[in-house]
Design a protein around this ligand. Structure first.
Ligand code: ADP
Ligand code: MG
Length: 739
């Protein structure tokens, strides 16, 4: 059985411990599980005359001379020669260092024998290695008999040190490398034994077959499979433990009376779709159970999740419990507040709303209403989950657009902040299957797989920014026809300030061209807007051109007396300013809304039919899908213009192609996972926590399925082994496994 020990076998040194901790290496067990990225072959020496260019090799020679040269730039150059082959014309090798220490110059003194490792290339003066690894040796110095591991490391922690502490940990205690899975499982799954796999991966034998080498490199070697399997089993065990703990908790039974929910259904101007009815049944049923619900409501942008949240909230309130409804942005929280206030007007439900940006007085009032229970329904941003908010009778917590919250925030929500309340998470971003089997495995999922009737699909156009004038003209036309438009500012991740400036500039530009009463249109000569731009496999972006003229576009239909009002919305505005602009847009007083991505999620203004996204190449796929989903909510035909600027990176091209070719959120999310990897999906990149270290959620699907079954069996047949296995793998990282 592996045991966890705090006493390290490694030499104690504060600096070293800190550096190791930065890599998540705290216990000796962690060192054993810290596996190499790749290997170097130091087991043999290639004679200088046999060195091949373009490959990493180890060679040995005697220093002839070592000098600092200054041309073309300062560098240390050392010439090595093969010794003992006089008469045959001595083979030579040049070592070249552009960065070096005096100590290195000193070490490479003439007459010294050095062993060097690196990639050989053909230089002006023969073969050379730039920045080789090297060490001074005695003739006949022993060679290692295993490949040399190269580990993931951190600044200031040399490979040599890491190799030493890991080798020491491997030798320190047999328990650390003992098999934590029972024989019957290892045998049945035809897995390598754990000790064999670990020793192999830390120190593989040299001269592996090409196939084995390749398998080692792409982590499909049986030794890797064993480690991945173990990691996945640990993760599954952790999830199951979490689920069991949840089942043991007691939540309020929210039976409801049906009065408020019936009243709501009677007053909304639509019938629930069949999919909505189904998910509402699932959620309503969960709320009546004493086990805290943990359900994810998934439905594409515009599928109608809000009404389901409202129904769940009302059943809770009917049962005498409070509801907290949290949205990731103030704008969205405000919109939910308005919509629910409208839906519930006249019903005996008081709503309090709370965000970080609100004034002290309003805040105090809201807090008091929540604490007294006068307000049974609290709507807001994550401000709702701060300690001073006393939701003493909390029965249900609803998290909208849950994928927008980082891993750390989600953990906080699942932890103390929500106590024993039922939880309903909502997301338009579907969970890829492998994530559903792993990180989200302890969630129940309800899916709205049907759109409300009467929606018109959004047409997507890719437009080179050089042709933005045409897009402006389209916006003008939509406004003249009584529609509204969004114009989304470029995302500037590095600088919020710059993003703000850009937003202001864009607002000024659009106000000037669209806003003036009686202005002569400057687009009389505009080319017809491009209606059908295709990116075929054989079409490059630079070739994307107008391929069809829009009928009627020859007469530019701007009514010169029609002034278009352009509003601006950005993250730096005060809450009430934002709210006022949004309200004007909802009321139609503003026709064009220039906005940063604060509008990305959830905003619902059915009259808006044009979405223009500036520098669309900078946005992620999920964002683009969300933004596009802001239009196409009414009966009018809607268009999303993705303005891009060249040159485009390959990733940007790939993203734009996906968004252009797909409207289905599930497919987009799937492709997104391929382009970006699951880490980003989980938001782990933002919070800086590592995911699964070895298993690959895209490539190891079959292994994930096996691990899931194995975890079930292990719990049933050998709970002690399950516990030991979990302890080995999780250490302090348990929280993360259920993010
Ligand atoms: P999302 O799932 O993206 O959060 P919303 O809940 O904002 O979508 O719903 C989008 C729009 O569709 C809203 O205006 C909402 O009132 C409307 N809606 C919801 N359900 C239906 C339905 N069954 N029939 C017609 N319209 C609906
Ligand atoms: Mg929504």
């Amino acid at each position: 059985m592996p045991k966890s020990r705090k006493t390290p076998a490694k030499a104690p040194s504060r600096g070293l411990d800190e550096q190791l901790a930065r890599l998540g290496l705290v216990r000796d067990q962690d060192l054993v599980l810290h596996l190499p990225l790749r290997y170097e072959d130091h087991t043999r020496i290639v004679p200088l005359r046999d060195l091949q260019t373009g490959v990493d090799q180890q060679a040995e020679g005697v220093v002839v001379n070592t000098d600092i040269r200054y041309r073309p730039r300062r560098q240390l150059v050392s010439l090595l020669e093969e010794d003992g082959d006089e008469g045959r014309g001595r083979a030579q090798l040049v070592l070249r260092f552009f960065h070096f220490y005096p100590s290195q110059q000193k070490a490479l003194a003439p007459g010294k024998r050095v062993r060097v490792y690196g990639e050989v290339r053909e230089g002006h003066f023969g073969r050379e290695i730039v920045h080789p690894q090297f060490k001074v040796v005695e003739p006949g110095a022993a060679l290692p008999d295993r490949l040399t591991p190269v580990y993931p490391t951190t600044a200031g922690l040399p490979q040599e040190t890491l190799r030493k502490v890991i080798a020491r940990a491997l030798a320190a205690d047999a328990d650390l490398v003992s098999d934590s899975l029972p024989e019957w499982l290892v045998g049945r799954e035809r897995l390598w034994k754990f000790p064999d796999a670990v020793h192999f991966l830390h120190a593989p034998p040299p001269r592996l077959s090409r196939l084995a080498q390749q398998a080692l490199g792409d982590r499909t070697h049986p030794a890797w499979t064993r480690l991945k399997f173990d990691e996945l089993v640990a993760q599954q065990l952790s999830l199951k433990a979490h689920r069991k703990a949840r089942a043991a908790r007691r939540a309020a039974v929210l039976t409801g009376t049906g009065t408020l929910t019936a009243a709501l259904l009677a007053r909304v101007p639509f019938e629930l779709t069949r999919a909505q009815q189904r998910v509402w049944r699932e959620i309503g049923h969960d709320l009546k159970r004493a086990i805290p619900m943990q359900r994810l409501l998934q439905g594409d942008v515009g599928s109608g999740k809000t009404i389901i949240a409202a129904l769940a909230a009302l059943q809770t309130i009917e049962s005498g419990r409070q509801v907290a409804f949290m949205a990731p942005t103030e704008i969205l929280a405000e919109q939910h507040y308005r919509k629910l206030a409208q839906w519930l007007a006249g019903l005996p439900v008081q709503i309090a709303w709370l965000t970080g940006g609100m004034g002290a007085k309003a805040r105090k009032k809201a807090l008091a209403a929540i604490e007294s229970g006068e307000a049974m329904f609290a709507i807001g941003t994550h401000a709702l989950f701060e300690d001073e908010v006393q939701l003493t009778r909390l029965g249900l917590a609803i998290v909208d657009e849950q994928h927008r919250f980082g891993v750390a925030q989600r953990l906080k929500l699942r932890g103390k902040a929500m106590g024993e309340a039922h939880q309903l998470m909502m997301s338009a971003t579907p969970i890829p299957r492998t994530l559903a089997m792993t990180f989200y495995a302890d969630l129940d999922v309800s899916v709205i797989d049907e759109m409300p009737p009467g929606r018109t699909p959004v047409a997507t156009r890719l437009v080179n920014n050089k042709r933005r004038a045409e897009v402006i003209e389209r916006v003008r036309r939509a406004c003249v026809e009584g529609r509204q438009a969004y114009w989304v500012c470029p995302l500037i991740e590095e600088s919020e300030k710059l993003e703000l400036q850009t937003a202001v500039a864009l607002h000024a530009e659009l106000t000037t061209v669209l806003g003036k009463v009686g202005s002569e249109t400057t687009f009389a000569d505009a080319q017809p807007a491009t209606d059908a731009m295709k990116i075929g496999s054989d079409t490059t972006f630079s070739e994307v051109r107008a391929s069809a003229a829009h009928s009627g576009s020859d007469k530019v239909v701007s009514d010169p007396t029609f002034a278009i009002s352009v509003g601006l919305l950005h993250g730096r505005m005060k809450s009430d300013e934002k709210a006022a602009v949004m309200a004007d847009f909802v009321a139609g007083k503003i026709q064009v809304l220039v906005a940063t991505t604060v509008i990305e999620v959830g905003v619902d203004v059915p009259n808006a039919s044009v979405m223009a996204i500036e520098h669309a190449e900078r946005f992620g796929l999920a964002q683009l899908h969300q933004l596009r989903g802001r239009v196409g909510r009414g009966a009018a035909e809607s268009t999303c213009y993705l303005l891009f600027e060249e040159p485009l990176t390959d990733t940007a091209k790939a993203r734009l192609k996906v968004i252009f070719e797909n409207t289905d959120g599930f497919e987009i999310a799937r492709q997104d996972l391929v382009i970006r990897g699951p880490g980003e999906f989980l938001g782990a990149k933002q919070s800086g926590v590592p995911l699964l270290r070895f298993a690959d959620l895209e490539k190891d699907v079959a292994l994930i399925e096996k691990a899931r079954d194995a975890a079930d069996e292990l719990i049933a047949k050998d709970p002690a082994a399950a516990a030991a296995h979990l302890e080995r793998w999780l250490g302090g990282r348990e929280e993360f496994f259920k993010a």
